[in-house]
Design a protein around this ligand. Structure first.
Ligand SMILES: NC(=O)c1ccc[n+]([C@@H]2O[C@H](COP(=O)([O-])OP(=O)(O)OC[C@H]3O[C@@H](n4cnc5c(N)ncnc54)[C@H](OP(=O)(O)O)[C@@H]3O)[C@@H](O)[C@H]2O)c1
Length: 227
């Protein structure tokens, strides 16, 4: 049976990834900040194990790594993320929000990649997925704003590109995925996509993704996103 580890599994896109992989018979390691409070995960049918994980806390990442020591992880989905600077303009910057954006959106996924590279390389599928955003695309930025969020996702994209090159000899692939604009707490009610359709699309992209394309930046429907 294949294993997927999903960060930020308590709600939104992470919860839906957990639901869909569990429904398909995968072993799901659902990593979330407060497992006791992640009640929606308790209602997911299938082989789901909750694990405590705060991606902003090095000790928490080390504890997760210890808990799943030696266990192969076919697909690692770095999904946890924050969007802290909505509608913030010059003169209103909150540098704690900048620090928080980089801590969770960039350093968090890198912590996971470092801690779990061995688990992923021991698996059959050997894939690390990073849920980024089209808002991290510099080429696609025509509306501005969201300075810290955009900068953090652009930094994530740059870091994952390097990671994909370093992990090539270990035959571990890396994939940057934009989920679309999705109706979750983060995306809001007016977003264009239902979370089921976004995750369904991303799962298809993950399933068909081959090692030769490691380091790609793709949309949930498989199209390339400009850097
Ligand atoms: N929704 C969209 O339209 C959209 C578009 C582009 C990209 N994305 C990206 O997609 C990913 C998921 O977004 P979403 O829409 O599902 O957001 P969401 O509904 O706000 O859920 C965010 C998830 O991240 C978790 N999280 C936040 N900080 C964490 C931390 N320090 N450690 C561990 N988990 C943490 C949250 O856990 P708690 O429940 O504990 O807070 C929650 O499970 C993010 O990376 C986001 O940037 C979303």
């Amino acid at each position: 049976m294949a294993t997927v580890l999903i960060t930020g599994a308590s709600r939104g896109i992470g919860l839906e990834f957990s639901r869909q992989y569990a429904a398909d018979g995968w072993h799901v390691i659902a990593a979330c900040r407060n497992p006791a409070e992640a009640e929606d995960l308790d209602r997911v049918n299938g082989d789901v194990v909750k694990q405590a994980l705060d991606v902003g806390d090095q000790a928490s990442v080390a504890a997760l790594s210890e808990a799943i020591h030696g266990e192969p992880v076919d697909v690692l989905i770095n999904n946890a993320g924050v969007y802290l600077d909505r509608n913030v303009e010059l003169g209103e910057f909150d540098y704690e929000h900048w620090r928080g954006s980089f801590e969770i959106n960039v350093i968090g996924p890198m912590r996971l990649a470092e801690a779990l590279a061995g688990n992923v390389s021991r698996s059959k599928r050997r894939l690390m997925v990073f849920i980024t955003s089209q808002m991290g695309s510099i080429g696609d930025n025509t509306t501005g704003g969201a300075y810290a969020y955009r900068a953090s996702k652009a930094a994530l994209n740059a870091a994952v590109k390097s990671l994909s090159i370093e992990l090539r000899p270990r035959e571990v692939a890396c994939l940057l995925l934009h989920p679309g604009w999705v109706r979750t707490d983060m995306g809001g009610k007016n977003a264009s996509l239902d979370v089921r359709d976004s995750v369904n699309g991303m799962r298809r992209v993950i399933e068909n993704f081959d090692f030769e394309r490691s380091g790609s930046f793709l949309r949930y429907n498989g199209e390339s996103v400009p850097w």
